[in-house]
Design a protein around this ligand. Sequence first.
Ligand code: SF4
Length: 105
Amino acid sequence: MAVRHPLNASRVIELGRSGGLDRSEWQDKAACKGPNHAIFFPPSRLERRIDKRRREARAKEICEQCPVLRQCRDYALNIGEQHGIWGGLTAKERKELVLAANTGA
Ligand code: SF4
């Protein structure tokens, strides 16, 4: 399904596809590589709301410094990634961006 890109209305993205963005082209430069990677996804055990907020805030701080934030965000939006922080956005934030872009909200 094609929708307008939430951050660039002149661009159309294909949800559910890679959109030609090859993850291997940018993932080697990802600031989240290594031991910090776990904080980008919820733990397997129950997570308190305050712990979730702190974990997501820490992950977003790393994203802010990441040289491939744009590629990562585009990738997650294009494939419709449902889990974790990608490109400085939670799954809920990505969903809201796509919805807003498509409804003009
Ligand atoms: S933007 Fe964030 S999630 Fe994406 S590669 Fe960079 S650090 Fe990892």
